[in-house]
Design a protein around this ligand. Sequence first.
Ligand SMILES: [Zn+2]
Length: 153
Amino acid sequence: MNSCIIGGPLWKLNIFPSTEQTFWSRVDKRERRDCWLWQGGLTAKRYGQFSVRGRPMLAHRVAWIIHHRIAVPAGKRIIQTCWNRLCCNPAHLRLGTYKTHAARGNKSGRQTKPEAWSGKSVGTSKTSQNCPVSVELSEATTPGIATNLGMTA
Ligand SMILES: [Zn+2]
């Protein structure tokens, strides 16, 4: 039903079953409601970092990709609803925008913005702007990986 945002097979993202195994072996998996903490390396901003074929990616982003079996839609980022930068629990990860995240950064309370929190339903019924989703991972592999708040411009 979400054919619109299917980003292609994971192997196109260089994520293979063995990659998944390695990835989850570095996550402290717990109950669904708990945070699943990343046990591997960190970025400068102390987000989890996982290398896919030598290319650094944000760990929670990889967790979302593996869980949903799709690429992150272009222009979107993965937000940790629990505010735990190391959390890789797919239940705590949502699709959002850079803009939303920046706005959230200024406030302490949680906001409920439907367009930012609708998760997988993004792009299903409205415009076709979100399709096709680019399969590229450049957003996460550029040197600016740790400074993504400043990437909106
Ligand atoms: Zn969490």
